[in-house]
Design a protein around this ligand. Structure first.
Ligand SMILES: [Zn+2]
Length: 316
């Protein structure tokens, strides 16, 4: 079989390079055209959506393998984006997630129309992602800790923060304060949602206001920054955690590098706006690979909120 395919390949080369077919000396099989058509149809037979090319190392990774590895490349450890539901599933104890405000949905208060209206965009994204907006919030258990957890989803309009994202997170933070719970917010966002103009920008102050009450109650807040966390989200709740951690290679910043370069007229250092660069410069406290996240969060919670474990609550 292997030698057969070799012969076909040789034939293909000869057919291309020599304009006149050479009949002398060669066997009768050489007169036949190589079966290129079968080779083509074989390519088409590979079903789509089985393999994903890693943008960092270029390896084709089997999708099932990628899913089992929490969307981390098995060759170079590149962290692919992960959906909010999968993230929650990977962190939370089974059947302990009580979702808050699952039906809260944005309205087109500015009657925004660009290439498409905001209303139709919302409908499209709700249909394609199965989400109502760019964040999922709820109270759950991680190891022995009852925590308030908010997870953003980049697949919904770039994880942009509109009034619903701000409101859901504010309600989550207020619930954590009321119930005396530690808070974890996992961010990924392109920033404030332009379709809601000033109403988006107001969410920055609102979420931070709620967080200051949470801090006053001496409750811990862990902020996890994932690729990418930028603009209005980075400039508000994502950057004010008691502990700020990030995933490897995540892009983190306020404005994009091109804008900063144009404004400051200065050359930017290598690796600017990556998690690793920011760890070196003291903006974040740790870089945690996705597969270690649950264990590390548990460790941090044991330290920051030892009295809040389920076991000790039952004893008291
Ligand atoms: Zn890779």
């Amino acid at each position: 079989m292997a030698s057969g395919s070799f012969v076909k390949k040789t034939l293909g080369l000869e057919a291309e390079t020599s304009p006149a077919p050479q009949t002398s000396g060669s066997g009768t099989t050489f007169a036949k055209k190589p079966k290129l058509a079968t080779a083509k149809s074989k390519k088409k037979e590979i079903p789509e959506g089985l393999w994903t090319k890693c943008p960092k190392c270029g390896t084709m990774v089997f999708d099932k393998e990628l899913d089992e590895n929490l969307k981390v490349c098995t060759h170079c450890q590149h962290h692919f984006p992960i959906g909010s539901r999968e993230r929650i599933h990977s962190l939370v104890e089974t059947c302990t997630f009580e979702e808050m405000d699952p039906d809260l949905s944005s309205v087109d208060i500015l009657n925004f129309t660009g290439v498409a209206s905001y209303t139709s965009k919302l409908e499209d994204y709700q249909r394609s992602t199965g989400l109502k907006d760019a964040v999922v919030t709820g109270v759950c258990r991680i190891a022995a800790h009852r925590v308030a957890l908010g997870v953003m989803d980049f697949s919904f309009l770039g994880g942009s923060m509109g009034s619903v994202v701000g409101e859901k997170l504010t309600r989550l933070i207020e619930k954590a304060t009321e119930k005396g719970l530690a808070l974890i917010i996992i961010s990924t966002s392109g920033g404030a949602r332009m379709y809601e103009g000033m109403f988006s920008l107001m969410q920055m102050a609102k979420t931070c206001g709620a967080l200051s009450y949470h801090a006053k109650a001496r409750l811990p807040y862990i902020s996890l920054l994932t690729h990418p966390t930028t603009a209005g989200v980075m400039a508000s709740y994502a950057s004010v955690g008691d502990l700020i951690i990030a995933e490897p290679g995540a892009m983190i910043g306020f404005a994009g590098p091109r804008v900063i370069k144009d404004t400051t007229q200065a050359e930017l250092p290598a690796g600017f706006q990556t998690a690793e660069f920011l760890l070196d410069h003291g903006l974040i406290d740790a870089i945690v690979p996705r597969r270690e996240l649950k264990a590390r969060l548990t460790e941090y919670l044991n330290y920051l909120a030892p009295q809040k474990t389920i076991g000790s609550a039952a004893k008291s």
